[in-house]
Design a protein around this ligand. Structure first.
Ligand code: CP
Length: 321
């Protein structure tokens, strides 16, 4: 099956409906038979480079590689690596020890695939929007790259989310609502951007609801309905994806923290069949109530479980490509 999928060089974003459907089919095949291709990655290595913390992405990517017979090696660059200089042409006479140009080239020579997590600064909008740190790795490593979450996208999470939606709907185009939730910290836009990008790309009916001032980057939300009244947005929803993000226009700021936006059963009176989604980690009773997370509406554990087969489908496809 994998050989018939359109080849890709990197996995960093939603590419096409056709490719996404093929990756979902491949992932669902691996869910039935995790070791169907257990020799495919034999003798090959994937380097997983983390510039930020992780639980699900780190472990699911390792498991996915192991299921394909591939050796994963993890480097927590933020804690264990040298401090990297990212700017081209920098005079390195301050705190940075190694240039990305050298480090990425070395990593590219050690591995067959490089997977990278690089969050945004949330202070330099221009650099974050061009995905500067992630792009420097891609530019200098010279091998296929998988995004483990960049400044603006989290495609492995989104693929797992779309697998979860497909498994839990009989409708061709379910009503999906992405709702902003309160949080105590300034949170990146990557999960929300990617979820919108993939949900629209899959042809689902997407409504995004948030307080005024929390508009996402329009390049990710074109094709979605924006509804500032949360209760109107939630009416008749089939899936409600709960996520916090900081302001995009007042970049990286927390403008609003009203707990009335935290989803409870009372919010879903007009959406009796709605399933609840969240990428995790979640701040219980800040972003989403215990009542919701522990109810039969919740798909959060299914989403996390699907991270393994999502990563496995992507690694498998890159090995074929
Ligand atoms: N959802 C997600 O990416 O989880 P981690 O940050 O724990 O990897």
């Amino acid at each position: 099956m994998a050989n018939s999928i359109k080849p890709i060089t990197h996995f960093t974003r939603f590419e096409s409906l056709e490719l996404s459907k093929q990756l979902i089919d491949l992932a669902l095949m691996y869910k039935q038979d995790p070791f169907a291709h257990q020799s495919k990655g034999k003798g090959k290595r994937i380097g997983c480079i983390f510039l930020n913390p992780s639980l699900r992405t780190r472990v699911s990517t390792q498991l996915a590689a192991l299921n394909l017979g591939m050796d994963p090696i993890i480097l927590n660059m933020d804690k264990e690596g040298w401090a990297l200089e990212m700017a081209d042409g920098a005079i390195m006479n301050r705190d940075k020890v190694e240039h990305i140009r050298d480090a990425a080239a070395v990593l590219g020579s050690y591995f067959d695939i490089l997977a990278i997590r690089a969050f945004p600064s949330l202070t330099n909008k221009g650099e974050d929007l061009e995905d500067f740190v992630f792009s420097q790795f891609v530019k200098y490593c010279g091998i296929p790259v998988i995004s483990l979450e960049s400044a603006i996208r989290h495609p492995l999470q989104s693929l797992a989310d779309q697998i979860t939606i497909q498994e839990n709907t009989l409708k061709q185009n379910p009503k999906v609502v992405l709702t902003w939730a309160p949080h105590i910290k300034a949170i990146p836009h990557a999960v929300a951007n990617s979820f919108a990008e993939w949900t629209i790309g899959m042809g689902h009916d997407l409504t995004i609801t948030h307080p005024i001032g929390y508009e996402l980057d329009e390049s990710f939300t074109k094709g979605a309905k924006i509804e500032y009244d949360q209760s109107k947005a939630l009416k008749d929803a089939d899936f409600v994806y709960v996520k916090n993000w900081s302001s995009f226009n007042e970049y990286g700021k927390i403008l609003y923290s009203d707990s009335s936006w935290m989803l409870t059963e009372a919010h879903l009176k007009a959406a009796p069949n709605a399933k609840i989604m969240h990428c995790l980690p979640v701040r219980r009773n800040v972003e989403l109530s215990d009542e919701m997370l522990d109810s039969t509406r919740s798909l959060v554990q299914e989403q996390a479980k699907n991270r393994v087969v999502a990563a496995q489908a992507v690694i498998s496809h890159l090995l074929d490509s």
